[in-house]
Design a binder for this molecule. Structure first.
Ligand SMILES: NC(=O)c1ccc[n+]([C@@H]2O[C@H](COP(=O)([O-])OP(=O)(O)OC[C@H]3O[C@@H](n4cnc5c(N)ncnc54)[C@H](O)[C@@H]3O)[C@@H](O)[C@H]2O)c1
Ligand SMILES: O=c1ccn([C@@H]2O[C@H](COP(=O)(O)OP(=O)(O)O[C@H]3O[C@H](CO)[C@@H](O)[C@H](O)[C@H]3O)[C@@H](O)[C@H]2O)c(=O)[nH]1
Length: 332
């Protein structure tokens, strides 16, 4: 990647920072634009320029695109919580759509015609076919998923009219951390299952509540496909070559589903500690089961996960959280 330069919006956040680290390790130059509402300065490697402003600021975006000539944009910055989106759907729809369009518009105006979107499994709602291929019906059960679907659709028009080639990467559940322990997952509030279960085991967080035990799954709890953040990062880099031919859409997961109870058991195995937990009602907007078919990504890009096993994913997360029980230093 030597000599190539990329803009990463949301690059101080959880998934974005793992891509930034990977890009830098492979010799690319990276500029991060992140207002740090969730991200951390400590997640951005030394030598990477951090523009600490909101992507909602179109003037600032234009300045950033004018100051550097980018080979592509990786767009992570978004509101991304299923539960929150069902309490504030209008904010999710408006902010995720308008901010993404602001980034895409600035890219088009600057002549940067390669765009990689952090999309989501939440596009598929309750799928009829599992594992879920790209052609599956798009029917989100929550406002967050629908906001990303709107962005995907708008990017289709931007390709047709402006030649903006986009890769919409539908991640399933991102989990894990850099195995060297340099960066990890640190949100406030934290809502994701793996860090909450680990926090409960460490005693740094309250006991976990399992949301719903009456889903149509073998043990009654929701099933998700957990994919390691570094495997996601690798997919981002691989799709760049595909973009030279056409816009693409890929589902990214390991193809294996684990229930909430199985994730709790994995954390107990890896940590050697119990995960204190109780049971509560379903969380609004949660589909019962999301498992990816990543066959197209594998065939077309040669992608293969390095951390396909749940225990391997959980181990990297456990290592980071047990060494950083308070998260990044900026948490005090
Ligand atoms: N974590 C997952 O399991 C998962 C799964 C599917 C898709 N995604 C998508 O991946 C992306 C990253 O998710 P994440 O889990 O790393 O979230 P995150 O909250 O850790 O990262 C998002 C980053 O964007 C920044 N940001 C948000 N709004 C901004 C704005 N207006 N201007 C500038 N910066 C802003 C935040 O400060 C944060 O650092 C999101 O688009 C999300 O929808 C995540
Ligand atoms: O305290 C908790 C937190 C979560 N869960 C359950 O654990 C599963 C995973 O939840 P979570 O870690 O919050 O992830 P999701 O809601 O599945 O959403 C993630 O994965 C989606 C793709 O599947 C992405 O689009 C989202 O951005 C990302 O937050 C779900 O069944 C939740 O109901 C609990 O039971 N208790």
């Amino acid at each position: 990647m030597d000599g190539r330069r990329f803009l990463v919006t949301g690059g101080a956040g959880y998934v974005g920072s793992h891509l930034v680290l990977t890009l830098v390790e492979r010799g690319a130059e990276v500029v991060v634009m992140d207002d740090l509402r969730q991200g951390h300065r400590g997640a951005v490697p030394p030598g990477v320029e951090l523009v600490q402003d909101s992507i909602a600021d179109r003037r600032r975006l234009a300045e950033v695109f004018a100051a550097w000539k980018f080979d592509a944009v990786f767009h992570f910055a978004a509101l991304s919580l299923v539960g929150e989106s069902m309490r504030d759907p209008l904010r999710y729809c408006s902010e995720n759509l308008s901010n993404s369009l602001a980034v895409a518009d600035a890219a088009v105006k600057a002549g940067c015609l390669r765009f990689v979107l952090s999309s989501t499994a939440a596009l598929f709602g309750n799928p009829k076919v599992v594992p879920i291929p790209e052609e599956a019906e798009l029917a989100p059960t929550n406002a967050y998923g629908d906001s990303k679907l709107m962005v995907e659709k708008a990017l289709g028009w931007a390709d047709q009219v402006h030649g903006l080639r986009s890769a919409c990467l539908r991640y399933f559940n991102a989990a894990g951390a850099d195995p060297q322990g340099r960066i990890g997952e640190d949100h406030e509030p934290e809502t994701h299952l793996v860090p909450l279960a680990i926090g409960a085991a460490l005693g740094t967080r309250p006991p976990l509540t399992v949301f719903g035990t009456d889903y149509p799954t073998p043990d009654g709890t929701c099933i998700r496909d957990y994919v390691h953040v570094l495997d996601l990062a690798d997919a981002h880099i691989r799709v760049l070559d595909r973009l030279e031919q056409a816009s693409v859409r890929y589902n990214i997961g390991n193809g294996t589903g684990y229930s909430v109870k199985q994730v709790i058991e994995a954390v107990e195995r890896i940590s050697g500690r119990p995960v204190p937990h109780g049971f509560g009602p379903r969380r609004a907007g949660d589909p019962a089961m999301l498992v990816a078919s990543s066959a197209r990504l594998r065939q077309e890009t040669g992608w293969a996960p390095r951390f396909a096993a749940l225990d391997d994913i959980v181990r990297t997360a456990w290592d980071w959280h047990s060494r950083h029980p308070k998260g990044y230093d900026d948490r005090g």
